[in-house]
Design a binder for this molecule. Structure first.
Ligand SMILES: [Fe+2]
Length: 407
């Protein structure tokens, strides 16, 4: 298990304030204020890494990013194009990965197994569900970590990758805290130079095909709604202008979408049977009014549920295809965060599931046609780099009609 996976939240304290409250030990490790649980300490290596990142931060602006809705990729030489037509099987096939950015053997093994499946299934697009660059996100827009933790492992999966921000991508001093959203701007900037990495802004939508969309992806930034610490920059507070603008954008974009199928992609899940739990009660913490993801839950409840067919999320290093329910308005939650790390092997919660796995590495495929939406879960044996199709779930009726459709 990653040391920083259970960070005790500190409501209304920034990363800097939190660290200041703890007196450093002889080993350089800060002591954490108690929250009634045993804290997992930030170790010396990650603290020093974070401190260097913090120094780099000082020269970075933190602009609000405009949203984007265009699928073409102007200005990126040799960028892999978005698919304009279904593959030979009459579908758009999309690879789904999450929490992959370690650069370790497991990431390479899952990517190698996925590469074989992508070729066989004629995959034309991929999704990366956040925590793209462990542990603190990139130090710059041309950090070598982009090569080591994304380009090299995914070599041969030569399609556009729709990337979203994870809490590790947006952390400064404390790995995984989500306490420095401005670091995500480096991942946006990197997209301008990569043939694979697609992130035109911090949140955006991509219709496929662009002219007459069958499916539309809505990529969102869940971090300031669910970080473990308060945001230093008021622009990124959970109730600040950035999140208000994003929520308003998503509401309008879902309403205006002409696509038959709508898929929201974001790092933190709405529902989750893994150890982090569901939005509104993440990690069992009830401190403050945002660390549990309560405002993310409100957004999912009121903006996404009953309007999108799927929510694809990572964060929990598991594979889960949950059942659509009346509570979700027919929207199905899928968790796919086991593309480099795994979890503790057991379910912690009891949301109805079509299939779930808490111990294996893996990835998923999403297949889209006019007749159906199909999600396939693959587990991967890291030693042999082989994938096994573990489950297939289908739905044939969209939860909401596209804009302009007659009732
Ligand atoms: Fe995460």
């Amino acid at each position: 298990m990653c040391e920083d996976e259970l960070i005790p939240p500190q409501a209304d304290m920034t990363e800097q304030e939190w660290l200041r409250t703890g007196s450093a030990t002889a080993t350089g490790e800060p002591s954490m204020p108690t929250t009634g649980r045993t804290p997992s300490f930030v170790n010396r290596r990650t603290l020093l890494g974070g401190a260097m990142a913090g120094a780099a931060l000082a020269v970075l602006p933190s602009p609000g990013q405009p949203s984007a809705s265009a699928a073409p990729r102007p200005g990126v030489p040799g960028a892999f194009p978005f698919p304009e037509h279904p593959n030979g099987k009459g579908e758009f096939a999309i690879l789904v990965t999450g929490d992959a950015g370690t650069g370790d053997e497991a990431q390479y093994a899952v990517a190698a197994a996925a590469r074989d499946v992508c070729r066989a299934e004629r995959v034309g697009l991929a999704v990366g569900l956040g925590d793209n660059i462990y542990e603190n996100g990139p130090e710059s827009a041309d950090d070598s970590e982009f090569q080591d933790k994304f380009e090299k492992p995914n070599s041969g999966i030569d399609v556009p990758w729709l990337m979203v921000l994870g809490n590790h991508d947006c952390s400064g001093l404390i790995p995984g805290s989500g306490g420095d959203p401005s670091r995500g701007d480096r991942e946006v900037a990197y997209a301008a130079t990569s043939r694979r990495w697609y992130m035109p802004s911090r949140y955006y939508s991509v219709p496929l095909p662009a002219a007459d969309p069958l499916v539309e992806f809505f990529a969102i930034d869940t971090i300031p709604w669910s970080s473990y610490v308060a945001q230093l920059d008021p622009h990124y507070r959970w109730d600040g202008p950035y999140m208000r603008e994003q929520r308003s954008w998503l509401d309008g974009a879902l309403r205006a979408s002409r696509a038959r199928w709508k898929v929201v992609i974001g790092h933190h899940p709405y529902l989750n049977n893994g150890k982090h739990g569901s939005a509104g009660s993440y990690d069992g913490f009830e401190i403050g009014n945002y660390t549990s993801g309560v405002h993310l839950k409100d957004m999912y409840d009121n903006v996404v549920a009953g309007r999108a067919d799927l929510i694809l999320s990572g964060h929990d290093h598991t594979l889960q295809i949950l059942e659509p329910t009346a509570r979700t308005g027919g929207t199905r939650q899928v968790v796919c965060g086991a593309s480099a790390k795994t979890e503790d092997g057991k379910a912690h919660f009891t949301n109805p599931a079509a299939w779930q796995n808490f111990s294996d590495h893996g990835f998923m495929l999403l297949k889209v046609s006019g007749a159906r939406l199909t999600i396939e879960a693959y587990t991967v044996d890291v030693a042999t780099r082989k994938a096994t199709l573990a489950h297939r779930a289908r739905q044939t009726r969209p939860v909401a009609a596209p804009a302009g459709a007659h009732a």
